[in-house]
Every structure is written in C-alpha cells, then in structure tokens.
Design a protein around this ligand. Structure first.
Ligand code: C5J
Length: 237
C-alpha cells in the first residue's frame, strides 16, 4: 500500500532529495557551513596533525561557495561555524585535548598558529568562503554546533525553520550538528558535494545513515538539485 503525501504549499521550492523531496521554504532555510577552516583543510593544521590527507577536503570548497553565492544573492540566512577554543583552553575538555597521539594537540603551535585557537590564522575560514560582515559566525567548542553556543537563539532570531548543511567533516561535525538539529525539530538537508571527509567511505556511510529509515536524521541531495530548485533572483531595481 502506498501512502499519499500531502502536496507542499505553493511557495516552497521542491528539492529532489533522498529519501524523498525536500520542501525548501525560501528565506526560512538557513545555509549552515560547518568548520570550513584552514586548520581542517590546509596542510599544517589540526587535521594534518591527526595524520589525515587534508587534500581530500578541498573538493567541498567550490560546491560550498556555489551555495553561499546562491544564499547571499537571495539575502537568505547564512551561518558559518568554527571549531575553536579560547586561548586559555578553558572551554577544551582535557579528554578532548588528550585524545590519541597526534603530532600536535589543540593549543599547540603549528605553522598556522595555535591549533583550533580563536584568533589564530589556522582557525579562520578558508578565504573562498570567508564570512561577510553581518553574517553569523558561531565559535563552537564541541563537534556539534548547538553545544555550548548561542546557535539555537540565533536561528530563532533569523527566523530559520530549516537548515541546509555543507562543510567538514561529514561524519564528525556535520553529522553531529545535523543530529542536534533534528532533535531540535529542524528539517536538515545535506548537500552531497559540499561536504567532505578524510575518509570517503565515512562520507558515503554518513549520507546513507542520514537518509535511512525514512530520513531518520534528515535529507541528502546533490548540489544541482538544490541550485536548480531555488526561485529565480528578483531583478535589481
Ligand atoms: C573534527 C570537524 N573532525 N569539524 N572536526 O574533528 O569535523
């Protein structure tokens, strides 16, 4: 037996997504760019100190930029996050800093400054995605962007009802934040080419986990499906 889904209201943009179409609400869907920081994407940062091949994350930059351009052109809400800590590391649990046997730990000095410390060059977002003045930047001490941050209140202030996700890494901070968002009642859509992992198989598995069981965490869609669904730009006066 098939169950008929109610038709979406006329003013939504229908994104062809998995496990089923995503009814994007123009202006009420915030773009959330997770941790597109030099420390994860460039050599000499935190990702590299953990032994990862950081070149694998570069592929997400151009697709994320295409989304950012589309959101900015329409004046829709944009949120950038940075995994980052205070210079005295008071917001970095010892269990996080002490984990594993990296070449350098959070707070240690590397070629781009102290790893994952606010104000250091490596902590900044890569130039192609640098926040514009007035865009929301959330510094987050954890993997999830809601934990220990004002994100929930800021999304409410922006009138966001849905979240469209891009960023790195898919299975760590992106997935954690999508799960937090899901538990807070947000419909969350992951844009496939705009996210990346040091482990491509983890990215693929994460996407499957998100859309499984009727979208137990949210939706996933290719970049083209999102961009082609967006309403045309209003002509400028
Ligand atoms: C990690 C992140 N992988 N932004 N952070 O430690 O995914």
């Amino acid at each position: 037996m098939t169950t008929a889904r109610p038709s979406p209201p006329a003013d939504v943009a229908t994104v062809r997504a998995r496990p089923f179409d995503f009814a994007l609400q123009p202006g009420r869907a915030a773009l959330v760019l997770i941790d597109m920081q030099r420390d994860f994407i460039e050599p000499g940062g935190f990702g590299a100190a953990l032994g990862n091949d950081v070149r694998l994350l570069e592929a997400a930059i151009a697709p994320a930029r295409a989304l950012l351009d589309a959101w900015r052109a329409r004046g829709w809400p944009v949120v950038h996050t940075r995994e980052s800590h205070a210079p005295d590391l008071s917001d970095c649990p010892p269990a996080k800093r002490g984990r594993g046997t990296p070449m350098l730990r959070i707070g240690d000095a590397g070629p781009m400054g102290r790893l994952l410390v606010r104000g250091e060059p490596g902590c900044e977002i890569v130039p192609a995605l640098a926040p514009l003045s007035g865009e929301l930047v959330i510094d987050k001490p954890g993997k999830g962007a809601f934990h220990g941050t004002p994100l929930a209140a800021e999304l409410q202030r922006l009138g966001a009802a849905q979240l469209v996700f891009a960023g790195v890494t898919t299975e760590v901070c992106v997935q954690t934040t999508m799960r937090e968002a899901n538990d807070r009642g947000y419909d969350a859509l992951l844009v496939e080419e705009a996210t990346a992992s040091y482990f491509p198989e983890f990215k693929a598995a994460t996407i499957e986990m998100i859309v499984a069981q009727g979208g137990i965490v949210g939706w996933a869609a290719p970049l083209d499906a999102v961009l082609s669904a967006l309403p045309p730009l209003e002509p400028r006066e």
